[in-house]
Design a protein around this ligand. Structure first.
Ligand code: ADP
Length: 465
């Protein structure tokens, strides 16, 4: 279960428990109070009624005001018992129902049925009634009498029922409000964690300079964010050191390899060498040439990673691409490649000229290198579309298998070792291309049909005119 849902559940649970306890206390008070009032009313009415009696020869005799006795008698169920538990007075209501005489002082409820036609006492359709009964003893003329007085309490019961329903509905609404509130509160509490999560996903080797915003609250999340930021600092430092190391190592290797290359190119020219030695020297010179290319590519990539040589200016891609294609014309002709160019002029971007040139050279060089043996074609197009320069470089050839297409931009990745070694590749050309595209905030992708053709797409943001 998600933490957000768990917090919501806790908030709802705690709130609901508090609400439930509160409702129980309130409803108890609210239900008790009307009973107390009703009991008080019964007591006072009983006393009023009893005031209308006198004792004569050990019996109760109603006094002159019979009308009052009769009208109260229709509203209140009343029985007065003498000490032998004989009924000495019964109000008119007692003829319809008998209520049990519980030897229990105080109040109790009793259900009874009195047809509506007999006496209209707030009955519902079923003629059922609930009576509130009070029992107490009272001295009249020196004798103790037991008084049992009762009255229907349908209205009160309905009100109590309504009250319970209202409290239940209130509790349900309260629970819904708590869930909504809890969900939003949990979202707010967890928002810094969501921020940390988004940033942690964003941060990669290329964006190690990003940091989690700390905010003002010096709470646990602040501590977590600053620990993560410190970890990113350390990571960034070690990546930087690693890049610097590769840059320094390739820089140091560059000169001795160049000298070796020079040496071999001079030596293989000599005519006084034995044939077998010339062959071996030629192979060695090829190896040194490959080493030279590899070290240069490594140096190029590491300087790109360190962003040391990135100096942006206004560059016309159309002009640059045309010039590069001119330079390749001779080699394409020699290889029997048919070139088709579709360039829309001019297309300006804000970028580093040397790097952009390097990017095009790498891609066109690959299009030549990995072309097919027959029906050789290269198509280069450049158009401006949706504030982007769209460059397509297409070549026939054996192409790149779909499962290789994602890995093609990885360092030292070559589709086929033999293919790459015969072409003298280092497996860094496309890594450099991708890095240059990224430094220009662009995108690169490829499409193709394995065994037939491949097409590289580059999108670079153009300069606003
Ligand atoms: P390399 O220096 O080996 O050419 P790249 O990074 O430029 O390294 O290319 C990686 C691999 O991708 C190459 O070894 C090659 O197999 C494949 N590749 C690159 N460009 C093309 C292309 N235009 N047509 C077919 N295969 C290509």
């Amino acid at each position: 279960m998600k933490i957000r849902n768990r917090i919501t559940l806790w908030i709802t649970g705690a709130g609901l428990l508090a609400g439930l306890l509160f409702s129980i206390v309130i409803s108890y008070e609210m239900i008790e109070q009307p009973y107390e009032l009703l009991d008080g009313e019964l007591d006072s009415q009983a006393h009023t009624l009893l005031a209308g009696f006198t004792t004569q020869a050990n019996t109760l005799v109603p006094q002159a005001d019979r009308a009052m006795l009769d009208s109260l008698g229709r509203l209140y169920w009343l029985k007065i018992y003498n000490k032998h538990h004989q009924v000495v007075f019964a109000s008119s209501l007692t003829q319809y129902t008998d209520l049990p005489l519980k030897q229990k002082y105080g109040g109790y409820n009793v259900s009874a049925t009195i047809p509506r036609e007999a006496a209209s006492l707030e009955q519902d359709d079923s003629n059922d009634l609930t009576f509130r009964v009070r029992i107490f003893s009272i001295p009249i003329g020196g004798e103790e009498y037991l008084v049992q007085i009762a009255r229907p309490m349908e209205k009160l019961q309905e009100e109590i029922y309504d009250l319970i329903i209202s409290i239940a509905v209130g509790l349900v609404l309260f629970a819904v409000a708590l869930i909504v509130f809890g969900y939003f509160a949990a979202g707010r509490i967890l928002r810094p964690i969501a921020d940390i999560n988004i940033l942690a996903k964003e941060i990669s080797e290329k964006t190690l300079d990003k940091r989690i915003p700390l905010g003002n609250n010096q709470d646990e999340l602040y501590a977590l964010s600053s620990s993560l930021n410190q970890m990113f600092d350390r990571l960034q430092y070690s990546f930087q050191r690693q890049k610097e190391f590769i840059a320094n190592a390739s820089h140091e290797l560059k000169t001795p390899i160049a000298m070796q290359r020079l040496f071999f190119s001079e030596v293989v020219q000599r005519s006084d060498l034995p044939d077998d030695l010339t062959g071996r020297l030629f192979t060695q010179s090829e190896i040194v040439l490959r080493m030279d290319r590899l070290v240069k590519n490594l140096l190029e990539l590491s300087t790109l990673e360190l962003k040391e040589t990135f100096t942006p200016t206004q560059v016309d891609l159309a002009q640059m691409l045309s010039m590069i294609l001119n330079q390749f014309e001779e080699i394409m002709q020699a290889s029997g490649i048919h070139l088709k160019v579709e360039i829309e002029e001019p297309v300006f971007v804000h970028g580093d000229e040397d790097n952009l040139r390097r990017m095009f050279i790498n891609l066109i060089d690959n299009a030549v290198k990995y072309n097919s043996r027959d029906k050789r074609k290269i198509r280069v197009s450049l158009v401006k579309k949706n504030k982007e320069a769209k460059i397509i470089i297409y070549n026939t050839g054996i192409g790149i298998a779909p499962e290789e297409q994602d890995r093609i931009f990885d360092q030292f990745y070559r589709v086929e070792k033999s293919r790459a070694s015969t072409s003298g590749g280092s497996g860094l050309g496309l890594t450099i291309v991708k890095r240059i595209v990224e430094l220009h905030h662009g995108r690169i992708k490829l499409e193709g049909e394995f065994g037939s053709w491949v097409e590289f797409y580059i999108f670079l943001p153009v300069m606003e005119s």
